[in-house]
Design a protein around this ligand. Structure first.
Ligand SMILES: Cc1ncc(COP(=O)(O)O)c(C=O)c1O
Length: 420
């Protein structure tokens, strides 16, 4: 018999059995739509109906006028930046706590990413730091709605108006999120969503640009559809562009995913509140404060702080290994973008002229206290754990089990410290 209080990491019984991937989810709906699309023999957007319908329905769901589907969020950000007129010598402000693509999209349009620190509670852009970095070369802000918590769009809009800056929202984590009752995605020129495999709705890959502006929409269509208008004509290429289209198969899957999204959003909202309550008294854990102006949090990640002094000083990476062994899916958040080799070692250099490189930030020597501290201490639980109580109810128990075990078994700590 395995001892129940022995950590699963050391061969004890895990609190939850890991029985294969829990995400994505699908039903007969996806299956039937895929087969229907297959038989239709119309598999590409320009002659199809699935992606067009998804564009309409997704933009309606986000109270936005226009939606243009694109192959993924990374290309969506690049296209949105180009449509906003961003290019050489332009400085673009973005939080240092994000996925690679937020910054790389800026590099890919030959503009200069300027990182800002994040607010330690929301992990969204820190408004004071943002303001301090605005200068005459600044052209746009990319707020990232981190983990589904909207950025402070009231303050960002004020700054954008004052300094005549464009806003391109990175909504990759934020389907259904809202700030003061306004859904994210159309506060500025455009908002970009991702439907990559881990996202809140998915077709494996995929993206969407939302906007309320017709001219911006039309530019995005040209840029993503080989320089053609939406009224498809075979060889009428009247603009620069690329091919960033999704397939009708992805449209079919995403329409099905959207049909259950509202319910999932509500379930996650309820369960995130319940889990917060269950974790409120736990030693060694600090819950993040959600801004009261967030009227809908999409809960792409459920995040909290790990206080290592309650766990024999073990670094976050070791704690995550112990938690994972108990069957709780978890990970760190992103390393600060300036620490990635591509920025730290300026591996993007061939893309730029020497005079451009000279005025770029010294990424390697920059420091962002809140982002660094958060990377070393914040635990992220994926959104799908909030869909069923049987998945998340063990989380507090698993944390307590680890904390008590470490207190009662000091002889094990030395070997745990050696783990990478
Ligand atoms: C914050 C953020 N921005 C942009 C992207 C890029 O989206 P995609 O993977 O669809 O290219 C992602 C993730 O994948 C992301 O998490």
């Amino acid at each position: 018999m395995k001892k129940t209080n022995e950590l699963a990491f050391f061969g004890g019984k895990p609190l939850r059995k890991n029985n294969g991937p829990l995400w994505p989810v699908f039903s007969k709906h996806e299956e039937l739509s895929l087969v229907k699309t297959l038989h239709s023999k119309i598999w590409w957007r320009n002659e199809g109906t699935e992606l067009r319908e998804f564009e309409r329905e997704f933009s309606n769901f986000h109270d936005s006028e226009y939606g243009i589907s694109v192959a993924n969020g990374t290309l969506g950000l690049e296209i949105a930046l180009l449509a906003a007129g961003i290019g050489r010598n332009d400085e673009i402000l973005l939080p240092v706590m994000s996925f690679y693509s937020t910054a790389m999209a800026v590099i890919n349009v030959n503009a200069i990413p300027v990182f800002t620190d994040v607010d330690p509670e929301s992990l969204c852009v820190d408004i004071e730091d943002l303001e301090s970095k605005i200068n005459s070369r600044t052209k746009a802000i990319i707020p990232v709605h981190f983990a589904g918590h909207s950025s402070n769009m009231g303050e960002i809009l004020k700054l954008a108006r004052k300094h005549r800056l464009k806003i391109i929202e990175d909504c990759a984590h934020a389907q259904g999120a809202a700030w003061e009752k306004n859904k994210v995605g159309h506060f500025g020129a455009g908002g970009v969503f991702s439907f990559q495999n881990a996202k809140l709705m998915t077709a494996g890959e995929g993206g969407m640009i939302l906007t309320d502006r017709k001219d911006f929409y039309e530019k995005c269509v040209y840029l993503s559809n080989c320089g053609r208008t939406d009224k498809f004509k075979t060889y009428q290429h009247v603009s620069v562009g690329t091919n960033a289209r999704m397939t009708e198969f992805q449209g079919a899957v995403l329409l099905s995913q959207l049909s259950r999204f509202k319910k999932q959003l509500d379930v996650r909202t309820r369960n995130a509140a319940l889990l917060r309550k269950m974790m409120a008294g736990l030693s060694g854990i600090k819950l993040m404060v959600v801004d009261k102006r967030v009227s809908s949090h999409s809960n792409y990640m459920f995040i909290f702080k790990y206080l290592k002094e309650h766990f024999a000083g073990l670094p976050l990476g070791v704690f995550l290994k112990l938690l994972l062994a108990e069957g709780i899916h978890c990970s760190t958040i992103y390393p600060p973008l300036n620490q990635l080799p591509v920025f730290k070692d300026r591996l993007f250099r061939p893309r730029f002229r020497d005079d451009e490189i000279r005025v770029m930030p010294d990424y390697k020597n920059e420091s962002f206290g809140n982002a660094e501290e958060s990377f070393a201490s914040v635990v992220s639980i994926p959104h799908y754990f909030l869909l069923e109580e049987k998945l998340f109810r063990n989380i507090p128990e698993a944390i307590e089990k680890i904390r008590k075990y470490l207190r009662g078994n000091p002889q094990k700590i030395k070997s745990l410290r050696k783990l990478k």
